[in-house]
Design a protein around this ligand. Structure first.
Ligand SMILES: *[C@@H]1O[C@H](CO)[C@@H](O)[C@H](O)[C@H]1NC(C)=O
Ligand SMILES: *[C@@H]1O[C@H](CO)[C@@H](O)[C@H](O)[C@H]1NC(C)=O
Ligand SMILES: *[C@@H]1O[C@H](CO)[C@@H](O)[C@H](O)[C@H]1NC(C)=O
Ligand SMILES: *[C@@H]1O[C@H](CO)[C@@H](O)[C@H](O)[C@H]1NC(C)=O
Length: 570
Protein backbone atom coordinates (compact mmCIF):
# COMPACT_ATOMS: atom_id res chain seq x y z
CA UNK A 1 0.00 0.00 0.00
CA UNK A 2 1.16 3.53 -0.84
CA UNK A 3 2.59 5.38 2.18
CA UNK A 4 0.15 8.27 1.96
CA UNK A 5 -2.84 6.00 1.71
CA UNK A 6 -1.68 4.04 4.70
CA UNK A 7 -1.25 7.24 6.72
CA UNK A 8 -4.73 8.29 5.71
CA UNK A 9 -5.95 4.83 6.71
CA UNK A 10 -4.28 5.16 10.09
CA UNK A 11 -5.83 8.57 10.74
CA UNK A 12 -9.26 7.32 9.73
CA UNK A 13 -8.81 4.27 11.95
CA UNK A 14 -7.94 6.40 14.96
CA UNK A 15 -11.01 8.52 14.25
CA UNK A 16 -13.25 5.45 13.97
CA UNK A 17 -11.91 4.02 17.23
CA UNK A 18 -12.46 7.36 18.97
CA UNK A 19 -16.07 7.43 17.85
CA UNK A 20 -16.61 3.84 18.95
CA UNK A 21 -15.04 4.60 22.33
CA UNK A 22 -17.30 7.62 22.76
CA UNK A 23 -20.42 5.78 21.76
CA UNK A 24 -20.05 2.54 23.64
CA UNK A 25 -20.64 3.05 27.32
CA UNK A 26 -17.96 0.80 28.67
CA UNK A 27 -19.02 -0.86 31.91
CA UNK A 28 -16.58 -1.12 34.78
CA UNK A 29 -14.73 -4.41 34.99
CA UNK A 30 -16.44 -7.18 36.87
CA UNK A 31 -19.75 -5.46 36.18
CA UNK A 32 -22.93 -7.16 37.22
CA UNK A 33 -23.61 -9.94 34.77
CA UNK A 34 -27.31 -9.77 35.47
CA UNK A 35 -27.33 -6.59 33.35
CA UNK A 36 -27.83 -9.08 30.52
CA UNK A 37 -31.40 -9.45 31.73
CA UNK A 38 -32.13 -5.97 30.39
CA UNK A 39 -31.89 -7.04 26.73
CA UNK A 40 -34.47 -8.87 24.71
CA UNK A 41 -33.67 -12.53 24.86
CA UNK A 42 -35.37 -13.42 21.63
CA UNK A 43 -33.19 -16.46 20.94
CA UNK A 44 -35.43 -19.03 19.26
CA UNK A 45 -34.31 -22.36 17.91
CA UNK A 46 -35.26 -23.06 14.30
CA UNK A 47 -34.64 -26.61 13.11
CA UNK A 48 -32.51 -27.16 10.04
CA UNK A 49 -34.00 -28.46 6.80
CA UNK A 50 -32.70 -31.97 7.43
CA UNK A 51 -32.75 -34.13 10.55
CA UNK A 52 -29.60 -36.26 10.67
CA UNK A 53 -30.90 -38.37 13.55
CA UNK A 54 -33.23 -40.06 11.02
CA UNK A 55 -30.30 -41.52 9.08
CA UNK A 56 -29.48 -45.05 10.26
CA UNK A 57 -25.91 -45.97 11.10
CA UNK A 58 -24.41 -48.37 8.55
CA UNK A 59 -21.87 -49.49 11.19
CA UNK A 60 -23.75 -49.24 14.48
CA UNK A 61 -22.05 -49.96 17.79
CA UNK A 62 -23.43 -50.43 21.27
CA UNK A 63 -22.81 -47.35 23.40
CA UNK A 64 -20.40 -49.06 25.73
CA UNK A 65 -18.38 -45.98 26.59
CA UNK A 66 -20.49 -44.03 29.05
CA UNK A 67 -19.41 -40.88 30.79
CA UNK A 68 -17.58 -41.95 33.92
CA UNK A 69 -19.68 -41.22 36.96
CA UNK A 70 -18.39 -41.65 40.49
CA UNK A 71 -16.93 -38.80 42.50
CA UNK A 72 -14.76 -36.27 40.68
CA UNK A 73 -11.16 -36.17 41.78
CA UNK A 74 -10.07 -33.12 43.74
CA UNK A 75 -7.81 -31.57 41.08
CA UNK A 76 -5.09 -29.17 42.21
CA UNK A 77 -5.85 -25.49 41.92
CA UNK A 78 -4.79 -24.17 38.49
CA UNK A 79 -4.75 -20.42 39.02
CA UNK A 80 -2.38 -18.45 41.18
CA UNK A 81 -3.85 -17.26 44.49
CA UNK A 82 -4.57 -13.64 43.50
CA UNK A 83 -5.59 -12.60 46.99
CA UNK A 84 -4.27 -9.04 46.77
CA UNK A 85 -5.35 -8.44 43.18
CA UNK A 86 -6.12 -4.84 42.26
CA UNK A 87 -7.53 -3.85 38.88
CA UNK A 88 -5.40 -0.76 38.41
CA UNK A 89 -5.89 2.11 35.98
CA UNK A 90 -3.21 0.96 33.52
CA UNK A 91 -4.72 -2.51 33.25
CA UNK A 92 -8.20 -1.06 32.84
CA UNK A 93 -6.99 1.16 30.05
CA UNK A 94 -5.34 -1.80 28.29
CA UNK A 95 -8.44 -3.91 28.69
CA UNK A 96 -10.46 -1.04 27.19
CA UNK A 97 -8.15 -0.80 24.19
CA UNK A 98 -8.59 -4.51 23.43
CA UNK A 99 -12.34 -4.18 23.73
CA UNK A 100 -12.33 -1.18 21.39
CA UNK A 101 -10.40 -3.21 18.80
CA UNK A 102 -12.97 -5.99 19.06
CA UNK A 103 -15.94 -3.61 18.81
CA UNK A 104 -14.51 -2.01 15.69
CA UNK A 105 -14.08 -5.40 13.94
CA UNK A 106 -17.46 -6.65 15.10
CA UNK A 107 -19.25 -3.55 13.84
CA UNK A 108 -17.57 -3.91 10.44
CA UNK A 109 -18.57 -7.57 10.34
CA UNK A 110 -22.16 -6.61 11.14
CA UNK A 111 -22.21 -3.94 8.49
CA UNK A 112 -20.33 -5.64 5.65
CA UNK A 113 -20.44 -9.40 6.20
CA UNK A 114 -23.39 -10.27 8.45
CA UNK A 115 -24.02 -14.06 8.49
CA UNK A 116 -21.03 -14.69 6.25
CA UNK A 117 -18.08 -16.78 7.45
CA UNK A 118 -15.56 -13.98 7.30
CA UNK A 119 -15.19 -10.27 6.72
CA UNK A 120 -12.50 -9.19 4.27
CA UNK A 121 -10.93 -6.45 6.39
CA UNK A 122 -9.55 -4.29 3.57
CA UNK A 123 -12.21 -4.52 0.89
CA UNK A 124 -15.14 -4.90 3.29
CA UNK A 125 -16.91 -7.89 1.82
CA UNK A 126 -18.24 -11.24 3.02
CA UNK A 127 -16.47 -14.49 2.29
CA UNK A 128 -17.44 -18.17 2.55
CA UNK A 129 -14.72 -20.37 4.02
CA UNK A 130 -16.40 -22.90 6.33
CA UNK A 131 -19.71 -23.98 4.85
CA UNK A 132 -21.32 -20.53 4.87
CA UNK A 133 -22.69 -20.87 8.42
CA UNK A 134 -21.59 -17.52 9.81
CA UNK A 135 -18.30 -18.80 11.23
CA UNK A 136 -17.18 -15.42 12.56
CA UNK A 137 -20.53 -14.80 14.24
CA UNK A 138 -20.70 -18.20 15.94
CA UNK A 139 -17.03 -18.07 16.90
CA UNK A 140 -17.39 -14.58 18.45
CA UNK A 141 -20.51 -15.27 20.54
CA UNK A 142 -18.81 -16.00 23.85
CA UNK A 143 -16.33 -13.14 23.36
CA UNK A 144 -19.32 -10.79 23.04
CA UNK A 145 -20.61 -12.16 26.33
CA UNK A 146 -17.25 -11.96 28.09
CA UNK A 147 -16.77 -8.34 26.97
CA UNK A 148 -20.20 -7.40 28.31
CA UNK A 149 -21.53 -6.65 24.83
CA UNK A 150 -24.83 -8.23 25.74
CA UNK A 151 -27.07 -6.47 23.26
CA UNK A 152 -24.94 -7.71 20.39
CA UNK A 153 -24.61 -11.10 22.03
CA UNK A 154 -28.38 -11.61 21.92
CA UNK A 155 -28.61 -10.30 18.38
CA UNK A 156 -25.92 -12.77 17.27
CA UNK A 157 -27.26 -15.62 19.38
CA UNK A 158 -30.69 -15.19 17.80
CA UNK A 159 -29.10 -15.49 14.35
CA UNK A 160 -27.01 -18.51 15.41
CA UNK A 161 -30.06 -20.36 16.72
CA UNK A 162 -31.63 -19.96 13.26
CA UNK A 163 -28.72 -21.40 11.29
CA UNK A 164 -29.68 -24.09 8.84
CA UNK A 165 -26.97 -26.67 8.20
CA UNK A 166 -28.56 -27.48 4.83
CA UNK A 167 -27.99 -23.88 3.74
CA UNK A 168 -24.64 -24.56 2.10
CA UNK A 169 -23.28 -25.01 -1.38
CA UNK A 170 -20.56 -27.32 -0.07
CA UNK A 171 -20.94 -31.07 -0.48
CA UNK A 172 -18.69 -31.87 2.49
CA UNK A 173 -17.92 -30.32 5.84
CA UNK A 174 -14.51 -30.04 7.42
CA UNK A 175 -15.03 -32.14 10.53
CA UNK A 176 -12.30 -30.60 12.66
CA UNK A 177 -12.90 -26.93 11.85
CA UNK A 178 -16.67 -27.22 12.20
CA UNK A 179 -16.30 -28.97 15.54
CA UNK A 180 -13.86 -26.51 17.11
CA UNK A 181 -15.42 -23.34 15.67
CA UNK A 182 -19.17 -23.94 15.32
CA UNK A 183 -19.85 -26.68 17.83
CA UNK A 184 -17.33 -25.26 20.30
CA UNK A 185 -18.68 -21.74 19.76
CA UNK A 186 -22.29 -22.75 20.42
CA UNK A 187 -21.35 -24.79 23.50
CA UNK A 188 -19.16 -22.03 24.96
CA UNK A 189 -21.91 -19.46 24.40
CA UNK A 190 -24.42 -21.81 26.03
CA UNK A 191 -22.17 -22.47 29.01
CA UNK A 192 -21.90 -18.73 29.65
CA UNK A 193 -25.44 -17.59 28.86
CA UNK A 194 -27.59 -20.64 29.53
CA UNK A 195 -29.70 -19.87 26.43
CA UNK A 196 -31.47 -23.21 25.68
CA UNK A 197 -31.73 -22.54 21.92
CA UNK A 198 -27.94 -22.49 21.63
CA UNK A 199 -27.69 -25.96 23.13
CA UNK A 200 -30.45 -27.16 20.80
CA UNK A 201 -28.52 -25.79 17.81
CA UNK A 202 -25.30 -27.36 19.11
CA UNK A 203 -27.02 -30.73 19.54
CA UNK A 204 -28.43 -30.57 16.03
CA UNK A 205 -24.97 -29.81 14.65
CA UNK A 206 -23.47 -32.53 16.85
CA UNK A 207 -25.89 -35.06 15.38
CA UNK A 208 -24.80 -34.10 11.87
CA UNK A 209 -21.11 -34.33 12.72
CA UNK A 210 -21.67 -37.58 14.60
CA UNK A 211 -22.45 -39.18 11.21
CA UNK A 212 -18.75 -38.88 10.35
CA UNK A 213 -18.03 -41.68 12.81
CA UNK A 214 -20.13 -44.12 10.78
CA UNK A 215 -17.16 -45.97 9.29
CA UNK A 216 -16.12 -49.64 9.55
CA UNK A 217 -13.71 -48.95 12.43
CA UNK A 218 -15.67 -45.98 13.85
CA UNK A 219 -12.75 -43.61 13.20
CA UNK A 220 -13.93 -40.56 11.23
CA UNK A 221 -12.49 -39.18 8.01
CA UNK A 222 -11.27 -35.64 7.47
CA UNK A 223 -14.40 -34.60 5.56
CA UNK A 224 -17.98 -35.43 6.32
CA UNK A 225 -19.39 -35.87 2.83
CA UNK A 226 -23.17 -35.47 3.09
CA UNK A 227 -24.05 -37.87 0.29
CA UNK A 228 -21.65 -40.58 1.43
CA UNK A 229 -22.92 -40.24 4.99
CA UNK A 230 -26.53 -40.65 3.92
CA UNK A 231 -25.63 -43.74 1.93
CA UNK A 232 -23.40 -45.38 4.53
CA UNK A 233 -20.32 -45.20 2.31
CA UNK A 234 -17.77 -43.60 4.61
CA UNK A 235 -14.29 -44.83 5.50
CA UNK A 236 -11.51 -43.38 7.66
CA UNK A 237 -8.67 -41.55 5.89
CA UNK A 238 -5.37 -43.15 4.95
CA UNK A 239 -3.23 -40.02 5.32
CA UNK A 240 -5.00 -37.56 7.61
CA UNK A 241 -3.61 -34.97 10.01
CA UNK A 242 -3.53 -36.62 13.40
CA UNK A 243 -5.16 -33.61 15.06
CA UNK A 244 -8.23 -33.88 12.87
CA UNK A 245 -9.99 -36.97 14.29
CA UNK A 246 -8.08 -36.74 17.58
CA UNK A 247 -9.19 -33.35 18.86
CA UNK A 248 -12.95 -33.60 18.82
CA UNK A 249 -13.03 -34.97 22.35
CA UNK A 250 -13.70 -31.86 24.44
CA UNK A 251 -16.65 -30.73 22.32
CA UNK A 252 -18.26 -34.17 22.11
CA UNK A 253 -17.73 -34.80 25.82
CA UNK A 254 -19.30 -31.47 26.75
CA UNK A 255 -22.23 -32.25 24.47
CA UNK A 256 -22.86 -35.53 26.29
CA UNK A 257 -22.48 -33.85 29.67
CA UNK A 258 -25.07 -31.24 28.71
CA UNK A 259 -27.57 -33.46 26.87
CA UNK A 260 -27.15 -36.82 28.61
CA UNK A 261 -26.88 -38.43 25.17
CA UNK A 262 -24.00 -40.89 25.44
CA UNK A 263 -23.45 -41.40 21.71
CA UNK A 264 -21.18 -38.36 21.47
CA UNK A 265 -18.91 -39.44 24.30
CA UNK A 266 -18.92 -43.01 23.01
CA UNK A 267 -17.78 -41.80 19.59
CA UNK A 268 -14.72 -39.89 20.79
CA UNK A 269 -13.82 -42.52 23.39
CA UNK A 270 -13.22 -44.94 20.54
CA UNK A 271 -10.72 -42.47 19.11
CA UNK A 272 -9.08 -42.30 22.54
CA UNK A 273 -8.93 -46.13 22.58
CA UNK A 274 -7.06 -45.88 19.28
CA UNK A 275 -4.63 -43.31 20.71
CA UNK A 276 -3.99 -45.51 23.72
CA UNK A 277 -3.45 -48.63 21.57
CA UNK A 278 -0.98 -46.91 19.28
CA UNK A 279 0.94 -44.53 21.56
CA UNK A 280 3.87 -46.90 22.02
CA UNK A 281 3.79 -48.31 18.51
CA UNK A 282 4.92 -45.30 16.51
CA UNK A 283 8.48 -44.87 15.32
CA UNK A 284 8.91 -42.40 18.23
CA UNK A 285 7.08 -44.32 20.98
CA UNK A 286 5.08 -42.00 23.22
CA UNK A 287 4.10 -39.67 20.39
CA UNK A 288 1.78 -39.95 17.41
CA UNK A 289 3.02 -38.86 13.98
CA UNK A 290 1.82 -35.78 12.07
CA UNK A 291 -0.27 -37.91 9.75
CA UNK A 292 -1.89 -41.24 10.41
CA UNK A 293 -3.44 -43.99 8.35
CA UNK A 294 -6.66 -44.21 10.34
CA UNK A 295 -8.18 -46.80 8.00
CA UNK A 296 -5.45 -49.41 8.61
CA UNK A 297 -4.68 -47.97 12.04
CA UNK A 298 -1.01 -47.66 11.23
CA UNK A 299 1.14 -44.99 12.86
CA UNK A 300 4.42 -45.62 11.02
CA UNK A 301 4.95 -42.13 9.55
CA UNK A 302 8.31 -40.61 10.49
CA UNK A 303 7.51 -36.95 11.23
CA UNK A 304 6.57 -35.67 14.70
CA UNK A 305 5.56 -32.20 15.84
CA UNK A 306 3.47 -30.20 18.28
CA UNK A 307 2.78 -27.73 15.48
CA UNK A 308 0.62 -27.91 12.37
CA UNK A 309 -1.22 -31.20 11.74
CA UNK A 310 -0.79 -32.65 15.25
CA UNK A 311 -1.11 -29.71 17.69
CA UNK A 312 -4.49 -30.02 19.36
CA UNK A 313 -4.28 -33.82 19.66
CA UNK A 314 -1.76 -33.11 22.42
CA UNK A 315 -3.53 -30.02 23.71
CA UNK A 316 -6.70 -32.02 24.38
CA UNK A 317 -5.18 -34.78 26.54
CA UNK A 318 -4.71 -32.73 29.75
CA UNK A 319 -7.82 -30.70 28.99
CA UNK A 320 -9.90 -33.90 28.82
CA UNK A 321 -8.67 -34.78 32.29
CA UNK A 322 -9.99 -31.41 33.46
CA UNK A 323 -13.35 -31.69 31.74
CA UNK A 324 -13.89 -35.19 33.14
CA UNK A 325 -12.92 -34.09 36.64
CA UNK A 326 -9.97 -36.50 36.65
CA UNK A 327 -12.28 -39.51 36.34
CA UNK A 328 -10.44 -41.03 33.36
CA UNK A 329 -6.79 -41.48 34.32
CA UNK A 330 -5.74 -42.54 30.83
CA UNK A 331 -5.67 -38.92 29.62
CA UNK A 332 -3.12 -38.00 32.28
CA UNK A 333 -1.05 -41.10 31.48
CA UNK A 334 -0.99 -40.39 27.76
CA UNK A 335 -0.14 -36.73 28.33
CA UNK A 336 2.76 -37.43 30.67
CA UNK A 337 4.33 -40.13 28.51
CA UNK A 338 4.02 -37.94 25.41
CA UNK A 339 5.59 -34.96 27.17
CA UNK A 340 8.59 -37.06 28.26
CA UNK A 341 9.33 -37.68 24.60
CA UNK A 342 8.70 -34.05 23.69
CA UNK A 343 11.23 -32.92 26.28
CA UNK A 344 13.81 -35.42 25.03
CA UNK A 345 13.38 -34.92 21.29
CA UNK A 346 11.41 -31.81 20.27
CA UNK A 347 12.24 -28.93 22.59
CA UNK A 348 15.23 -26.81 21.68
CA UNK A 349 16.91 -23.71 22.94
CA UNK A 350 18.11 -21.01 20.56
CA UNK A 351 21.77 -20.09 20.60
CA UNK A 352 21.83 -16.36 21.32
CA UNK A 353 24.59 -13.76 21.50
CA UNK A 354 25.99 -13.03 24.94
CA UNK A 355 24.16 -10.15 26.47
CA UNK A 356 20.89 -11.19 24.88
CA UNK A 357 18.50 -10.56 27.76
CA UNK A 358 16.15 -13.50 27.53
CA UNK A 359 18.54 -16.37 27.29
CA UNK A 360 16.57 -19.03 29.02
CA UNK A 361 13.87 -19.63 26.44
CA UNK A 362 12.63 -22.67 24.55
CA UNK A 363 10.86 -23.60 21.34
CA UNK A 364 9.07 -26.76 20.27
CA UNK A 365 10.44 -28.04 16.97
CA UNK A 366 9.93 -31.17 14.88
CA UNK A 367 11.58 -34.58 14.90
CA UNK A 368 12.06 -37.02 12.03
CA UNK A 369 12.83 -40.65 12.76
CA UNK A 370 15.44 -42.14 10.38
CA UNK A 371 16.57 -45.77 10.30
CA UNK A 372 19.40 -45.09 12.72
CA UNK A 373 18.91 -41.61 14.10
CA UNK A 374 16.34 -39.06 15.17
CA UNK A 375 16.80 -35.79 13.27
CA UNK A 376 15.64 -32.58 14.88
CA UNK A 377 14.29 -29.72 12.88
CA UNK A 378 14.85 -26.56 14.96
CA UNK A 379 11.93 -24.73 13.45
CA UNK A 380 9.47 -22.54 15.33
CA UNK A 381 5.86 -22.18 14.21
CA UNK A 382 3.25 -19.78 15.44
CA UNK A 383 0.92 -22.74 15.77
CA UNK A 384 3.20 -24.50 18.25
CA UNK A 385 3.25 -21.49 20.59
CA UNK A 386 0.28 -23.02 22.46
CA UNK A 387 2.70 -25.53 24.02
CA UNK A 388 3.74 -23.08 26.76
CA UNK A 389 0.18 -23.06 28.07
CA UNK A 390 -0.18 -26.82 27.66
CA UNK A 391 2.98 -27.63 29.63
CA UNK A 392 2.03 -25.19 32.37
CA UNK A 393 -1.55 -26.43 32.68
CA UNK A 394 -0.48 -30.09 32.73
CA UNK A 395 2.28 -29.28 35.20
CA UNK A 396 -0.23 -27.72 37.56
CA UNK A 397 -2.86 -30.44 37.18
CA UNK A 398 -0.51 -33.37 37.56
CA UNK A 399 1.86 -31.73 40.01
CA UNK A 400 4.96 -31.62 37.79
CA UNK A 401 6.56 -28.26 38.65
CA UNK A 402 9.28 -28.74 35.99
CA UNK A 403 6.54 -28.69 33.36
CA UNK A 404 5.26 -25.34 34.62
CA UNK A 405 8.83 -24.03 34.31
CA UNK A 406 9.17 -25.45 30.78
CA UNK A 407 5.82 -23.88 29.92
CA UNK A 408 7.07 -20.49 31.01
CA UNK A 409 10.26 -20.82 28.97
CA UNK A 410 8.20 -21.79 25.91
CA UNK A 411 5.76 -18.90 26.37
CA UNK A 412 8.64 -16.47 26.79
CA UNK A 413 10.30 -17.97 23.70
CA UNK A 414 7.40 -16.98 21.48
CA UNK A 415 7.16 -13.55 23.10
CA UNK A 416 10.88 -13.07 22.48
CA UNK A 417 10.45 -14.09 18.83
CA UNK A 418 7.74 -11.44 18.39
CA UNK A 419 10.12 -8.74 19.58
CA UNK A 420 13.00 -10.01 17.46
CA UNK A 421 11.37 -8.77 14.23
CA UNK A 422 11.04 -5.14 13.13
CA UNK A 423 7.24 -5.27 13.13
CA UNK A 424 7.19 -6.77 16.63
CA UNK A 425 5.46 -9.84 15.20
CA UNK A 426 6.55 -13.44 14.91
CA UNK A 427 6.51 -15.13 11.49
CA UNK A 428 4.22 -18.07 10.85
CA UNK A 429 7.28 -20.38 10.46
CA UNK A 430 10.97 -19.66 11.07
CA UNK A 431 14.26 -21.44 11.74
CA UNK A 432 16.66 -20.90 14.64
CA UNK A 433 20.25 -22.02 15.19
CA UNK A 434 19.88 -24.30 18.22
CA UNK A 435 21.99 -24.96 21.30
CA UNK A 436 23.29 -28.52 21.62
CA UNK A 437 21.08 -29.11 24.67
CA UNK A 438 18.25 -27.37 26.51
CA UNK A 439 19.73 -27.82 29.98
CA UNK A 440 23.43 -26.99 29.66
CA UNK A 441 25.07 -23.57 29.29
CA UNK A 442 25.07 -22.43 25.68
CA UNK A 443 27.81 -19.96 24.76
CA UNK A 444 27.46 -17.94 21.56
CA UNK A 445 29.41 -19.41 18.67
CA UNK A 446 29.98 -16.81 15.93
CA UNK A 447 31.25 -19.39 13.41
CA UNK A 448 28.27 -21.63 13.82
CA UNK A 449 26.00 -18.63 13.38
CA UNK A 450 27.91 -17.43 10.28
CA UNK A 451 27.48 -20.85 8.69
CA UNK A 452 23.79 -21.33 9.45
CA UNK A 453 22.25 -17.96 10.23
CA UNK A 454 20.40 -15.54 7.98
CA UNK A 455 22.30 -12.24 8.11
CA UNK A 456 19.23 -10.20 7.21
CA UNK A 457 17.51 -11.35 10.42
CA UNK A 458 18.37 -10.82 14.05
CA UNK A 459 21.22 -12.99 15.35
CA UNK A 460 19.88 -16.40 16.26
CA UNK A 461 17.52 -16.89 13.31
CA UNK A 462 18.33 -19.00 10.29
CA UNK A 463 15.26 -18.16 8.20
CA UNK A 464 11.72 -16.80 8.14
CA UNK A 465 10.40 -19.52 5.88
CA UNK A 466 6.80 -18.30 6.07
CA UNK A 467 6.98 -14.61 7.00
CA UNK A 468 3.23 -13.97 7.34
CA UNK A 469 1.33 -13.14 10.51
CA UNK A 470 -2.28 -14.17 10.13
CA UNK A 471 -3.74 -12.85 13.41
CA UNK A 472 -3.09 -16.10 15.23
CA UNK A 473 -3.67 -16.46 18.98
CA UNK A 474 -1.21 -19.10 20.27
CA UNK A 475 1.44 -16.73 21.65
CA UNK A 476 -0.98 -14.62 23.70
CA UNK A 477 -2.84 -17.81 24.66
CA UNK A 478 0.25 -19.14 26.42
CA UNK A 479 1.05 -15.78 28.03
CA UNK A 480 -2.52 -15.64 29.35
CA UNK A 481 -2.34 -19.16 30.84
CA UNK A 482 1.09 -18.49 32.35
CA UNK A 483 -0.15 -15.24 33.87
CA UNK A 484 -3.15 -16.94 35.45
CA UNK A 485 -0.95 -19.79 36.75
CA UNK A 486 2.07 -17.84 38.02
CA UNK A 487 0.53 -14.43 38.78
CA UNK A 488 3.62 -12.69 37.37
CA UNK A 489 2.38 -9.18 36.58
CA UNK A 490 5.24 -8.45 34.19
CA UNK A 491 3.76 -10.98 31.73
CA UNK A 492 1.01 -8.43 31.22
CA UNK A 493 3.57 -5.88 30.06
CA UNK A 494 4.87 -8.43 27.57
CA UNK A 495 1.31 -8.97 26.38
CA UNK A 496 0.71 -5.25 26.05
CA UNK A 497 3.76 -4.78 23.84
CA UNK A 498 2.55 -7.70 21.74
CA UNK A 499 -0.92 -6.19 21.41
CA UNK A 500 0.43 -2.81 20.36
CA UNK A 501 2.67 -4.37 17.71
CA UNK A 502 -0.21 -6.42 16.34
CA UNK A 503 -2.43 -3.35 16.13
CA UNK A 504 0.29 -1.27 14.46
CA UNK A 505 0.97 -3.90 11.82
CA UNK A 506 -2.51 -5.26 11.10
CA UNK A 507 -5.08 -2.53 11.63
CA UNK A 508 -7.14 -1.43 8.64
CA UNK A 509 -9.86 1.17 8.30
CA UNK A 510 -12.48 -1.49 9.01
CA UNK A 511 -10.82 -4.13 11.15
CA UNK A 512 -7.53 -6.08 11.28
CA UNK A 513 -5.89 -8.04 8.51
CA UNK A 514 -3.36 -10.83 8.12
CA UNK A 515 -0.07 -9.40 6.83
CA UNK A 516 2.29 -10.77 4.21
CA UNK A 517 5.68 -10.23 5.84
CA UNK A 518 6.65 -9.42 9.41
CA UNK A 519 10.32 -9.01 8.55
CA UNK A 520 9.84 -5.66 6.78
CA UNK A 521 10.75 -2.25 8.15
CA UNK A 522 7.86 0.19 7.96
CA UNK A 523 4.40 -0.52 6.59
CA UNK A 524 3.10 -4.05 6.11
CA UNK A 525 1.26 -5.51 3.14
CA UNK A 526 -2.28 -6.49 4.12
CA UNK A 527 -3.62 -9.80 2.84
CA UNK A 528 -7.29 -8.82 3.26
CA UNK A 529 -7.99 -11.82 5.50
CA UNK A 530 -9.40 -12.01 9.00
CA UNK A 531 -10.06 -15.55 10.13
CA UNK A 532 -12.70 -16.07 12.76
CA UNK A 533 -10.10 -16.92 15.42
CA UNK A 534 -9.12 -13.24 15.62
CA UNK A 535 -12.40 -12.45 17.39
CA UNK A 536 -12.84 -15.88 18.98
CA UNK A 537 -9.35 -16.31 20.38
CA UNK A 538 -6.72 -13.62 19.89
CA UNK A 539 -8.74 -10.67 21.16
CA UNK A 540 -10.42 -12.81 23.83
CA UNK A 541 -7.04 -13.84 25.28
CA UNK A 542 -5.77 -10.27 25.19
CA UNK A 543 -8.94 -9.10 26.94
CA UNK A 544 -8.73 -11.82 29.57
CA UNK A 545 -5.08 -11.23 30.44
CA UNK A 546 -6.03 -7.62 31.23
CA UNK A 547 -9.16 -8.62 33.15
CA UNK A 548 -9.56 -9.49 36.82
CA UNK A 549 -8.41 -13.13 37.12
CA UNK A 550 -11.81 -14.42 38.19
CA UNK A 551 -13.23 -13.64 34.73
CA UNK A 552 -13.21 -17.10 33.05
CA UNK A 553 -11.13 -18.57 35.85
CA UNK A 554 -9.20 -21.67 34.78
CA UNK A 555 -10.53 -23.32 37.93
CA UNK A 556 -14.08 -22.97 36.59
CA UNK A 557 -13.58 -23.37 32.85
CA UNK A 558 -11.51 -25.33 30.38
CA UNK A 559 -11.05 -23.73 26.95
CA UNK A 560 -11.27 -25.66 23.71
CA UNK A 561 -8.65 -25.12 21.00
CA UNK A 562 -10.70 -22.21 19.62
CA UNK A 563 -10.79 -20.55 23.10
CA UNK A 564 -14.41 -21.49 23.80
CA UNK A 565 -14.91 -21.88 27.55
CA UNK A 566 -16.59 -25.07 28.78
CA UNK A 567 -17.71 -25.22 32.38
CA UNK A 568 -15.77 -27.70 34.52
CA UNK A 569 -17.71 -30.17 36.65
CA UNK A 570 -18.11 -29.09 40.26
C1 LIG B 1 -28.12 -18.94 4.04
O1 LIG B 1 -26.84 -18.41 4.36
C2 LIG B 1 -26.58 -17.11 3.89
C3 LIG B 1 -25.16 -16.73 4.30
O2 LIG B 1 -24.25 -17.66 3.83
C4 LIG B 1 -27.56 -16.13 4.48
O3 LIG B 1 -27.35 -14.85 3.95
C5 LIG B 1 -28.98 -16.59 4.19
O4 LIG B 1 -29.88 -15.75 4.88
C6 LIG B 1 -29.21 -18.02 4.66
N1 LIG B 1 -30.51 -18.49 4.26
C7 LIG B 1 -31.33 -19.11 5.10
C8 LIG B 1 -32.64 -19.54 4.53
O5 LIG B 1 -31.05 -19.33 6.25
C1 LIG C 1 3.79 -46.91 26.91
O1 LIG C 1 5.10 -46.90 27.42
C2 LIG C 1 5.25 -46.16 28.61
C3 LIG C 1 6.72 -46.07 28.95
O2 LIG C 1 7.39 -47.21 28.60
C4 LIG C 1 4.41 -46.84 29.69
O3 LIG C 1 4.53 -46.13 30.90
C5 LIG C 1 2.96 -46.86 29.25
O4 LIG C 1 2.16 -47.54 30.19
C6 LIG C 1 2.81 -47.51 27.90
N1 LIG C 1 1.46 -47.32 27.42
C7 LIG C 1 0.70 -48.30 27.00
C8 LIG C 1 -0.68 -47.94 26.60
O5 LIG C 1 1.09 -49.46 26.93
C1 LIG D 1 1.72 -52.36 19.57
O1 LIG D 1 2.91 -52.99 19.93
C2 LIG D 1 2.72 -54.08 20.79
C3 LIG D 1 4.08 -54.63 21.20
O2 LIG D 1 5.11 -53.89 20.70
C4 LIG D 1 1.90 -55.14 20.06
O3 LIG D 1 1.67 -56.23 20.91
C5 LIG D 1 0.57 -54.53 19.65
O4 LIG D 1 -0.17 -55.45 18.87
C6 LIG D 1 0.79 -53.29 18.84
N1 LIG D 1 -0.50 -52.67 18.61
C7 LIG D 1 -0.88 -52.23 17.44
C8 LIG D 1 -2.21 -51.58 17.39
O5 LIG D 1 -0.19 -52.33 16.45
C1 LIG E 1 3.36 -48.23 6.96
O1 LIG E 1 2.33 -49.21 7.05
C2 LIG E 1 1.59 -49.40 5.85
C3 LIG E 1 0.52 -50.41 6.15
O2 LIG E 1 -0.49 -49.87 6.89
C4 LIG E 1 2.51 -49.86 4.75
O3 LIG E 1 1.79 -49.97 3.55
C5 LIG E 1 3.64 -48.84 4.58
O4 LIG E 1 4.57 -49.34 3.65
C6 LIG E 1 4.35 -48.61 5.90
N1 LIG E 1 5.33 -47.56 5.74
C7 LIG E 1 6.53 -47.63 6.25
C8 LIG E 1 7.42 -46.44 6.03
O5 LIG E 1 6.92 -48.58 6.88
Amino acid sequence: MDRRISRLAAITAVFVVAIILLRSSYPASGSDRSSAAGFSRNVRFRPSGFDWTTVPQRYPVPLTHELPTGPAKELPRVQHEFSKYKHDATTKQRQGAVRAAFVKCWNSYKKHAWLRDELTPVTGEGKTTFGGWAATLVDALDTLWIMDLHEDFFLAAAAAAQLDWTNTTDTSVNLFETTIRHLGGLLGAYDLSGEPALLEKATELGSMIYMAFDTPNRLPGFWLNFENAKQGRQVAGINDPSASPCSLSLEFTRLTQLTGDHKFYDAISRVTDFLERTQNNSTLPGMWPKTINFRDESVNESGFTLGALADSLYEYLPKMDVLLGGREPRYQRMHLSAMDVVVDHLLFRPMLPDGEKHHDILFAGDAYVRPDSIDRNPEGQHLSCFTGGMFALGGRLFDVPEHVAIGERLARGCAWAYEAFPTGLMPEIFGIVPCPSIGKPCPWNEDLWSKNGDKTLKKGFSNARDPRYILRPEAIESLFILYRITGKEELRDVAWRMFQSIMRATETVLANSAVADVTVQGGTTKLDEMESFWLAETLKYFYLIFSPPDLISLDEFVLNTEAHPFRRPK
